[in-house]
Design a protein around this ligand. Structure first.
Ligand code: SF4
Length: 469
């Protein structure tokens, strides 16, 4: 028996050890003793067969060579994802917003602003998108509050249909503040538009943290959900929540019961970002790494309990990591790719005509105005490219397989890199991982999931049910 290269990590607060390899296979060993037995090739029976089948062992030189070839092919497939045009195109028709969320990461502009609208015609934007987008892509309309510009959205989609037919899907990210006319709702229905709606899980927190000067934001959210339901659009609505200190203090059970009351079965939760106004407000509404990981663990416990009660609630923010563990080849999340999906799988056309390689890059630009951040600029019918040297450097620094510490990390086959996060927080594209909020979040969530899978709290049946859509 020969051992093939593998990674290992002691799972905190257990005796167990997580092992993984470049094929994206993994297993949980009972103890360090089992790890030593693996290394000394003294494992026996079913466990030996299972680990050999996952590529941790080879029986001969030929098999070891096959492992190397398979690992090479796996890496080639992973790296090749970036050789195509971006499949996620975001457009910001306005940075104005009717909400005043405490953790706003995009540095929203006031409703009355006249300087934060995309002035170019939809046809011009559609032509630019046609030049940069993959044959099949998702068009995500971002803001500010994009529903302040329904006519622009309709016209942009119309122009793009002329150029690209039905080769793209449309999703609008909104807090649902503005009125939606009957015509607009009908258009959304006809175009099968999805809505990614902000809802902070607990009504009182939503009204307080995601507040508006114009209305009670939770009441408004509820009215608008009803309107969408009446227009037969409920199935097109997804929910995104930002976890704040208040939510952590109130506890995860409250999120699940509030969502059940509203008929929400799936939500996508995420921690407060490190961009825009959130960089300041985080001191008031944020939390420590430990507080967040304790919350996550309690949240996962509650989701497990709710599954055991026969309920169907799930958080897709957790599902992203489970999906990476069980199907790493399906990962398309921009910040969880190696190399980063920056400009390779995503692009964003900003309200000012600048084009960025990721949503986070435009957020960082809004607060720094660093002229090196835009990739290009739309001017008239032309696409003016900026010097791409820095962007090439960003992408070439984003291979986790050769980043310090990532290159020996057991979670690396299921992780990625977020160069803009590290640029914003540490001043370079790679970042020192022991100081990286990105790395902390990922290691903590995988540690919790692996611990719960290892001790049988999370079962295969749950994973299959949660990841089924
Ligand atoms: S970012 Fe952290 S968790 Fe991800 S591969 Fe690197 S060291 Fe591991």
């Amino acid at each position: 028996m020969m051992i093939n290269p593998f990674f290992f990590r002691d799972i905190p607060s257990t005796d167990k050890v997580f092992i993984s390899n470049l094929l994206g296979e993994w297993s949980i060993l009972k103890s360090r003793e089992e790890l030593y037995a693996l290394v000394s090739s003294s494992l026996k029976g079913g466990q030996l067969n299972e680990l050999a089948a996952k590529g941790f062992y080879s029986e001969s030189d030929t098999e070891a060579l096959s492992f190397s070839k398979a690992a090479e092919l796996n890496l080639t497939a992973k790296f090749s994802k970036g050789l195509f045009r971006p499949s996620l195109i975001m457009v910001v028709p306005t940075l104005r917003c009717d909400h005043d969320c405490a953790y706003c990461q995009v540095s929203r502009a006031p409703l009355s602003s006249v300087d934060h609208e995309l002035e170019m015609k939809p046809a011009q934007i559609a032509q630019a998108i046609d030049k940069i987008a993959a044959p099949a892509f998702k068009l995500e309309i971002q803001g500010g509050e994009p529903l302040l510009r329904p006519r622009f959205i309709i016209d942009l989609v119309k122009e793009l249909r002329v150029l690209r037919g039905h080769g793209f899907d449309v999703v609008i990210a909104s807090a649902l503040g503005p009125d939606m006319s009957d015509d607009f709702l009908e258009w959304m229905h006809t175009e099968n538009v999805s809505l990614s709606v902000s809802f902070d899980g607990i009504p009182s927190v939503h009204s307080k943290i995601r507040k508006s000067r114009l209305f009670d934001s939770f009441e408004r959210f509820k009215q608008q959900l009803k309107r969408l339901s009446d227009a037969n659009l409920s199935k097109n609505v997804g929910f995104v929540s930002t976890i704040t200190r208040e939510i952590i203090e109130l506890g995860p059970r409250k999120i699940i019961s509030a969502c059940s009351d509203l008929g929400i079965r799936r939500i996508y939760s995420r921690p407060i970002a490190n961009y825009g106004f959130a960089t300041v407000t985080k001191k008031l509404i944020g939390y420590s790494r430990k507080e967040y990981s304790d919350f996550l663990e309690a949240y996962i416990d509650e989701i497990v309990k709710s599954f055991q009660r026969g309920e169907v609630f799930f958080d897709e923010g957790i599902g992203l990591y489970l999906s990476n563990l069980y199907s790493p080849e399906l990962n398309v999340h921009v910040d969880m790719q190696s190399p980063s999906g920056y400009a390779l799988s995503a692009c964003i056309v900003n309200y000012d005509g600048n084009i960025f390689g990721s949503d986070e890059a435009r957020m960082l630009f809004e607060s720094t105005k660093n002229p090196l951040l835009p990739l290009a600029r739309i001017s008239g019918s032309e696409l003016l490219e900026n010097n791409i040297e820095g962007h090439e450097g960003l992408i070439s620094s984003s291979f986790s397989e050769c980043s310090p510490l990532c290159d020996t990390c057991a979670y690396m086959p299921f992780c990625g890199s977020d160069p803009v996060h590290h640029l914003a927080s540490q001043g370079d594209f790679v970042g020192l991982k022991p100081n990286s909020g990105y790395c902390h979040h990922i290691t903590d969530i995988y540690d919790i999931l692996i611990k719960k899978i290892g001790n049988g709290e999370i079962t295969n049946k749950m994973v299959v049910s949660w990841l089924k859509r």
